[in-house]
Design a protein around this ligand. Structure first.
Ligand code: SF4
Ligand code: SF4
Length: 189
């Protein structure tokens, strides 16, 4: 995991005016940097910054560094950190808010945001990943013929190896209950 240097920790980037961001900063001001969320997170190994470091960056308003990070994209909304946080900071909600804000405020994050939404929608619809449907909804949401062309060589390669299959609905709806529960929990927050 990447460590923050003293210089980086003191470089402050002004936050754009955004009510969700202000709300997020207010909530994260309760964070006492105990690291319980990081120690509890099953995905921490895949994150470049720990959740605790991310909250510190939000407190300092270092939005550029936050959007460069892949940490919030790696959050699978398991709610473990939220259950264990001694200051009731709601880290899961903060991760979800950062995914939305990155999609809105950071050009480089828009593709990641589009892929994240296409991926979640694909799993919800088919009950497992259906690569061809996933890529077609992702590329459609980007509305970029150039980007679609970039994927042509790998698509042709996969087709040649018999790795592309037409979407099957054999597992459709299997995860619907789980997604509904997540919707319900998110509505309560
Ligand atoms: S567990 Fe809560 S208080 Fe502790 S570092 Fe994480 S968000 Fe902050
Ligand atoms: S909700 Fe996200 S950040 Fe919290 S423990 Fe689960 S994966 Fe980690």
């Amino acid at each position: 995991m990447r460590q923050m240097t003293k210089h980086q920790a003191l470089t402050i980037t002004p936050l754009p005016q955004d009510s969700e961001l202000c709300e997020l900063q207010a909530m994260l001001s309760r964070c006492m940097q105990c690291g319980t969320c990081t120690a509890s997170c099953p995905n921490a190994q895949a994150m470049d910054l720990t959740p605790r470091q991310l909250w510190r960056l939000v407190q300092l308003g270092q939005l550029d560094r936050i959007f460069e990070s892949r940490t919030f994209w790696m959050c699978s909304s398991c709610y473990t950190c939220w259950l264990r946080c001694p200051r009731d900071v709601e880290p899961t909600r903060a991760m979800a808010a950062l995914k939305r804000l990155a999609g809105e405020h950071d050009r480089a994050s828009r593709r990641k945001s589009a892929f994240y939404r296409a991926f979640a929608g694909n799993i919800r619809r088919y009950g497992r990943v259906q690569e061809t449907a996933l890529m077609s909804s992702y590329l459609t949401s980007l509305a970029s013929p150039r980007r679609a062309l970039e994927f042509t060589p790998i698509g042709m390669k996969m087709l040649g190896k018999g790795k592309l299959h037409p979407p099957s609905r054999a597992f459709a709806g299997r995860l619907e209950l789980l997604f509904r529960k997540v919707d319900e929990m998110e509505e309560r927050t």
